[in-house]
Write a protein that binds this ligand. Sequence first.
Ligand SMILES: C[S@@+](CC[C@H](N)C(=O)[O-])C[C@H]1O[C@@H](n2cnc3c(N)ncnc32)[C@H](O)[C@@H]1O
Length: 413
Amino acid sequence: MVHVPYKWVDGAVLGEHSKKKHQVLRRYISEYLNIRCSMPQQSRFRFAIIDGFAGAGAYQGGEPGSPLIFLELLLEQTQEINVRRTASGMAEIQFECLFIFNDLNRDAIEILKQNVSPFQNRCNQRHDLSAKISFMNEEFETAYPNIKKHLAALKLTRNVFFNLDQCGNSWVSRSTIVDILTTYQSSEVLLNFAAQSMFTYLSRNNPVALKKTLKQHGVDEQQVEEISRVASKREWRAAIEKLVFESYRRCGPYVSPFAINNPDGWLYWLLHFANEPKARQVYNDLLHENSGVQGHYGRSGLNMLTYDPSNEGQDYLFTDTDRQRAYEELFYDIPRVVSEFGDAVSIGDFIRGVSNETPSHSMDMAQAMIDNPDLSVRTENGGERRSASGIRSTDTLILKPQRSFLLMPPLKQ
Ligand SMILES: C[S@@+](CC[C@H](N)C(=O)[O-])C[C@H]1O[C@@H](n2cnc3c(N)ncnc32)[C@H](O)[C@@H]1O
């Protein structure tokens, strides 16, 4: 694949899709800190952020890059959390954070060191914050074993976030993602994957090259042969997209395969991998705040990657119309999933079972449970839960014995 190097020395230009990525990153990390620092008894929070493709930290015009976004957020958010906690009589949290910034480009790392320095000084002045910042200058895959050693030496075995903003789609192996998610408890990976550039180099007429490229993404030869019989180019492409999605989905228990559609047509996936369902849900919910640029193939209710030819290609774009469509599908889908468990399931188990299968906002899902006459949500004490915002993971979702006739899915002609 042709690889255009970033010109960090002259000042790199911040592209539209990177702005969107930064927006998602900002919101996600801010939620990440809020959620993980919400326990009243907590007094210490240790975490690590590894930016494997960090860049130089600043773009033309002074726009911050991902490392500075992380540092800015750390300074702002931790202060806000502690002010809030003190005001409500809770103990302050002592934040201990390790940052590892890696980039293959030496210039990028040297410029980054200068850009990071004022932030390190600001961290040093805070009594409630200890930030340790390390720099590496290697290919990410070569750096990864040393990153692991570094984390092990500091006994950082959980709360590890990897930002893998590769240019292209081939600089991070699937086995490394699996290794991260199985090594660290509460770990998350945000992977940039230039899907469009993968398609640019795929050709139906060159099966050898096709198999070789797709093998790298975990798609085996037999799967490639099976789709070679698909008639139209569009369907062939959709089939490949689905195979590659699914291959990456197998890397971790909770994966959000969403795409950023650039106005000029380049398509990027921003894949979020987590080993906890809550992280998946938070990421998914915040994508609704950035509607219009993301989409994904498949259905909008549950089982989003279950292909229905009549629905294929109808992207969920996180808009109000998509949310309404998803809400309607959830009406049929939720009772169906509950019946697969029997006639009752705890909300926690239900969410664990379906969160990989839907782009729906968690509030839409909760509202669909409350509004559905075939379902009842019961609290731990057995009382009826009446509001969507009150639903807890310890509640039970019950399928009523007499299903209403009106809510049966329409028969297919
Ligand atoms: C998209 S830019 C990173 C932008 C940065 N994350 C941000 O948001 O500001 C990708 C960076 O990856 C670096 N790079 C390319 N191949 C790499 C590799 N195999 N390992 C580590 N860094 C690499 C490039 O030098 C470039 O700075």
